[in-house]
Design a protein around this ligand. Structure first.
Ligand SMILES: Nc1ncnc2c1ncn2[C@@H]1O[C@H](COP(=O)(O)OP(=O)(O)OP(=O)(O)O)[C@@H](O)[C@H]1O
Ligand SMILES: [Mg+2]
Length: 288
């Protein structure tokens, strides 16, 4: 199958039912969107709507009940090094140094294609990209939370994935560290043209960083409520943008989806559920 440049990563009619004690729970139903190569996309939505589930399906960690994911012309069936994940908590191996944590991923991907010296240089190169070369020999417990996230990002970059999947990677950081890391990720993305999907709760972060924002409706049976293309020039500078009319217009659109439309788009389903439970339809007022 050939992929058009527009559809480097295609999420097509994805649905998932989780088994629960009370029977299957339909978390996602008919989720559709695509990402271009080199694009920075964010997924935003209320807590519990299914953002991580979408990411886990793309990563191949969860199997969709219906529909599927195609990356660069190939169907995603299981996890693979072409899709690297950065989690909210850094998930570094505590017994390995910063260098060796990145080295582990490099071994996995480049054991046969790079010499030992080339692998060493590649690890150092990726640590330089995230400005962590000075702490290569440190252990995870000796570095700060922001630094750990930098190492987690270096580890992903070092795998040269087709797409980098980031699940609230800045969520546990203070505002200044968060801003620093957002800038670093934008710089790296510009330099390497990496395709990135970022999950976030933060409207400003989504607008600042993204080319495209995927806004998800509330679950159950969550789907894409709205898609927003963010057409702002790069590099983007947060202080200047905070006074920019176009930036604030995009921001307003996301806020309106999340808090005025309450992330609810499927009013038919909301009405149906209300009828089933013989209660008035309150779905449109629910905010998690
Ligand atoms: N393995 C699972 N088994 C059963 N239910 C699950 C499982 N994983 C997720 N869910 C349910 O699916 C829904 C979506 O969960 P998910 O973690 O994707 O939400 P989220 O949007 O990432 O939330 P948050 O913003 O809080 O991280 C939730 O109702 C959750 O309870
Ligand atoms: Mg989540």
């Amino acid at each position: 199958m050939t992929t058009t440049p527009d559809k480097f990563l295609e999420i097509s009619k994805v649905g998932i039912d989780f088994p629960t004690a009370n029977g299957p729970y339909t978390a996602l139903k008919d989720v559709n969107f695509f990402i271009r190569e080199g694009e920075f996309a964010s997924i935003i939505g209320h807590s519990g709507c299914g953002k991580s589930t979408v990411l886990n399906i793309i990563a191949g960690l969860y199997q969709a009940t219906s529909g599927g994911v195609i990356l660069d012309g190939r169907e995603v069936k299981d996890p693979g090094p072409d899709r690297a994940v950065v989690f909210q908590s850094h998930a570094l191996m505590p017994w390995l140094s910063v260098f060796d944590n990145v080295g582990l991923a490099v071994e996995q991907v480049f054991r046969d294609s790079k010499t030992k010296a080339e692998r060493r240089e590649w690890i150092e190169h990726n640590l330089r990209l995230v400005k962590m070369e000075h702490a290569m020999r440190k252990m995870p417990h000796e570095i700060s939370g922001g630094m750990k996230q930098r190492v987690g990002i270096a580890r992903c970059l070092a795998m040269q994935p087709k797409v980098m999947l980031m699940d609230e990677p800045f969520g546990a950081l203070d505002a200044l560290t968060r801003a620093n890391l957002q800038d670093s990720v934008m710089e790296i993305q510009k330099e390497l043209n990496t395709t990135i999907i970022l999950i976030t709760h933060d409207v400003d972060e989504a607008v600042l960083m993204s080319d495209k924002i995927v806004m998800m409706s509330n679950g159950p049976a969550a789907k894409v409520g709205e898609l927003l293309e963010v057409d702002l020039p790069r590099p983007r500078e947060r202080v200047a943008l905070s006074k920019d009319d176009q930036f604030n217009h995009y921001r307003q659109q996301v806020l309106s989806f999340l808090y005025e439309k309450k992330g609810v788009v499927d009013f038919d389903s909301a009405k149906r559920k209300a009828k089933e439970s013989s209660e008035p339809s309150i779905a449109a007022e629910k905010v998690s």
